[in-house]
Design a protein around this ligand. Structure first.
Ligand code: CA
Length: 227
């Protein structure tokens, strides 16, 4: 899933991000309410993990705006340090799908994330991505083009998923470094290029009679598109 974490406590946000990435999710983080709201309303997330007490715009206001003004359908899991029933009820009433009182264990969070990800609309929308003849199935980790199976490493899979989820858009190297590699100490300036090269060898080069899907947009970055 593509997940947004809006949480101002950097330690919590970063460790959640790492944990969710290990579960093969693609994760963005916002450390204040303003950035969080901009991302949540501008991108398509499969799940938004939203802290209640945030600088600039608080979690309740963000939730309300997303549901009422922007029609954002992404499930929202609210994190709250408050344990009062009133806050939970209020959160659920303004459109949060679930809440998790702090402190919580990563296992508890993961259980909620998995449960929210299992919603029927979510499965249909999320588990199989298709661009042209290329198909990526998140539940089986299978990638095929035409009838041919393509074997990818975990990192190649995450990178391809990100490109397919954003197909047609130009994505900068910086965005890819941030989204697919953030917090990894061993990333080098050419790591993205190297991995794009690996993906091309597997999803484009063997299919010479078909359109090249991974395109370099000189000076800007990459895009995955049929034409
Ligand atoms: Ca907070």
């Amino acid at each position: 899933m593509k997940i947004l974490i809006v949480e101002d406590e950097e330690k919590i946000a970063n460790s959640l991000k790492r944990g969710l990435e290990q579960e093969s999710h693609v994760v963005d983080v916002a450390y204040d309410g303003e950035v969080g709201y901009d991302l949540a309303s501008g991108e398509n997330y499969d799940l938004i993990i939203l802290d209640l007490m945030l600088p600039k715009i608080d979690g309740m206001t963000i939730c309300k705006k997303l549901r009422q003004d922007d029609d954002v359908p992404s499930p929202i899991l609210m994190l709250t340090a408050r344990s009062s029933v009133e806050d939970r009820v209020k959160g659920l009433n303004i459109g949060a799908d679930d809440y998790l009182p702090k402190p919580f264990s990563f296992e508890e969070l993961l259980a909620r994330v998995t449960a929210l990800g299992r919603r029927p609309w979510e499965v249909a929308k999320d588990s199989v991505l298709k661009v042209g003849g290329l198909t990526l199935d998140k539940t089986t980790f299978e990638v095929t083009r035409g009838n041919k199976q393509i074997k990818l490493s975990r990192k190649e899979f995450t990178l391809l998923e990100y490109l397919m989820r954003n197909s047609g858009k130009i994505i900068s190297k910086d965005t890819l470094m941030e989204s697919v590699w953030e917090y990894e100490a061993d990333i080098l300036p050419n790591t993205v290029e190297v991995y794009i090269g690996y993906l091309r060898k597997k999803i484009d080069e063997p299919f010479k009679d078909q359109p090249r899907l991974i395109q370099t947009v000189r000076g800007f970055g990459y895009k995955l598109a049929v034409n």
